[in-house]
Design a binder for this molecule. Structure first.
Ligand code: NIG
Ligand code: FE
Length: 395
C-alpha cells in the first residue's frame, strides 16, 4: 500500500541534492510517496510515480518532523512559583531540581505515565516526531530505573541522568553518591537506557565527577552526552569532546577554545543549544554564529522540564533561536531537524529521502520561515509519523 502526499508548495528535505541545492534541499511543488513507515520517493510532484492513495496537505510548506534531542519528561509537580520569583529578579540555581525530585519520588507510576503522555502528546501536536527523554528526578536506584522504564514506552531515546544533582540525603557524602551512580544505579539503569548524561555545572557535578560517571556509563554500553556551560564557563565542553560524547548541551558559556574543540569534533560531538532555558531563566543567549562560523554541528532542542525550560514547542525555540541567538531561519530549521538527528546519531530521521522514516509536518504557511516570522502562532497543520497522519486540523 503506497500513498502519495501532495499539496506541498514548499518541501524542505534537508537533502542538498534536491531542489534548490541549498543545505535544506528545498523543492517547489513537491510530493512524497510513502510505503509503510518509510519514504519510497520524494521530489517534484510532476515526476511523482503513481500510488494507491493520495493525501493533500493543503498547499503550504512541509518540513521534516522536528527531532528534539534533549528533554526531561519524567517528573511530577510544577514550579511556577520558582519561575515567578525568577521573573521578579531571583537567579536560577541547580538547587530547584530538588523540588521536582521530591514530587517525582512521591508520585505513583500512573501519575508519571499520565504526565509523560501529556508532554509527548504536546510535542507531537507541535511537530516533534522524535524525542529524547532523561531520568534525573528520581536519584535513587529504584526511582531512576522506574523513570527509564516508563520513558521507554514513549521513546527509544532514553537517557540515564542519575547525576543530575546530588540528592539531599547525600549532601555530606558526594563521593558516596558518585559511587552509587556508577555502581548499583548504573547496573540497574544501563539496560533501560541508550545514553548517559551528567549535569556538569555549578551546583551539580564537577568535571572530575562527570568524567568518572561518563566513563563508567560508556563501559556499561551507554553513549555519553553532557549538560555543560549552562551556568558558568567550565571544562565540561572539552570533556565531552575528549570522550567523543554525542552532544554537549546548553553551551551558554563557551570559551573560544571550547568552540574550536566543538568545530574539530563536528562529526562526533554536536553542540546543542537550548533557547528555552535562556528564556525561562532569563539568562543571556549564546551567539549561535560563533559555533556555526567555526564549523561545529549545532542542534536545537526544547530541554522541556518543569524548572528551567517548561516548553514543549520546537516552533517557539526556533523563533527564540532566530531572534535572540542569531541563527538564520534556515540554520534554525536545520538544527531542529537534521541537527537533532545528528545529536541522537540517527540517520533515519531529520532528512526526507528514500529510505528514511516518513516523519514530516505540514505547516499552515507558505514557507518554513514563518516558524520564526509568526512566533507563538500554531502553524502545524498535519503531522505524519511513520507514514500515518497522526494529527489533523483541530486535533
Ligand atoms: O537542562 N540543567 C540541568 N537540568 C535541567 C534543569 C532541570 C531543572 O531545573 O529541573 C536543564 O536545564
Ligand atoms: Fe536539560
Amino acid at each position: 500500500m503506497s500513498t502519495v502526499f501532495t499539496g506541498i508548495g514548499e518541501l524542505v528535505t534537508n537533502d542538498p541534492s534536491q531542489g534548490d541545492g541549498s543545505r535544506l534541499g528545498i523543492v517547489t511543488d513537491g510530493a512524497i510517496v510513502v510505503e509503510g513507515e518509510r519514504i519510497a520517493w520524494i521530489g517534484e510532484r510532476r515526476h511523482a510515480p503513481d500510488a494507491d492513495a493520495r493525501i493533500d496537505l493543503g498547499g503550504g510548506s512541509v518540513i521534516p518532523g522536528f527531532v528534539d534531542s534533549h528533554a526531561h519528561l519524567v517528573f511530577a509537580g510544577e514550579r511556577s512559583a520558582e519561575f515567578a520569583a525568577r521573573m521578579s529578579g531571583q537567579p536560577y540555581a541547580a538547587g530547584g531540581i530538588a523540588t521536582t525530585v521530591a514530587a517525582t519520588r512521591a508520585a505513583d507510576d500512573a501519575a508519571l505515565r499520565h504526565g509523560l503522555a501529556r508532554w509527548a502528546d504536546e510535542m507531537v501536536r507541535g511537530g516533534i516526531t522524535t524525542f529524547e527523554t532523561k531520568s534525573g528526578y528520581g536519584l535513587t536506584v529504584a526511582d531512576e530505573a522506574r523513570a527509564l522504564r516508563l520513558a521507554s514506552d514513549f521513546t527509544p531515546e532514553t537517557t540515564f541522568l542519575g547525576a543530575h544533582v546530588v540528592p539531599a540525603e547525600y549532601r555530606d557524602d558526594r563521593d558516596g553518591y558518585v559511587d552509587l551512580v556508577t555502581g548499583p544505579m548504573l547496573a540497574e539503569c544501563a539496560p533501560l537506557a541508550r545514553w548517559i548524561d551528567v549535569f556538569c555545572d555549578r551546583g551539580a557535578f564537577d568535571v572530575d565527577e562527570s568524567e568518572a560517571i561518563l566513563r563508567a556509563g560508556a563501559a556499561a554500553g551507554l553513549i555519553p552526552r553532557l549538560h555543560a556551560g549552562q551556568l558558568e564557563l567550565g571544562a565540561g565542553i572539552q570533556l565531552a569532546v575528549e570522550l567523543g560524547a554525542a552532544s554537549v548541551d546548553h553551551c551558554t558559556y563557551a570559551s573560544d577554545a571550547d568552540v574550536e574543540a566543538l568545530a574539530s569534533a563536528a562529526g562526533t560531538t554536536v553542540a546543542t543549544l537550548l533557547p528555552g532555558a535562556e528564556f525561562c531563566t532569563r539568562a543571556t543567549y549564546p551567539d549561535a554564529q560563533r559555533f556555526l562560523a567555526a564549523g561545529a554541528t549545532v542542534a536545537l532542542a526544547t530541554d522541556c522540564n518543569p524548572g528551567s525550560s517548561f516548553t514543549s514547542s520546537m516552533s517557539f525555540c526556533i523563533a527564540l533561536a532566530v531572534r535572540d541567538m542569531y541563527f538564520t531561519p534556515a540554520q534554525a530549521l536545520w538544527s531542529a531537524t537534521a541537527g537533532g538527528a545528528a545529536a541522537l546519531r540517527r540517520d533515519d530521521v531529520g532528512v526526507l529521502e528514500p529510505g528514511t522514516r516518513a516523519d514530516f509536518v505540514a505547516l499552515d504557511a507558505p514557507s518554513y520561515v514563518h516558524l520564526a516570522y509568526r512566533p507563538g502562532v500554531p502553524l502545524v497543520r498535519d503531522v505524519v509519523m511513520a507514514g500515518s497522519v497522526v494529527s489533523t486540523p483541530g486535533f
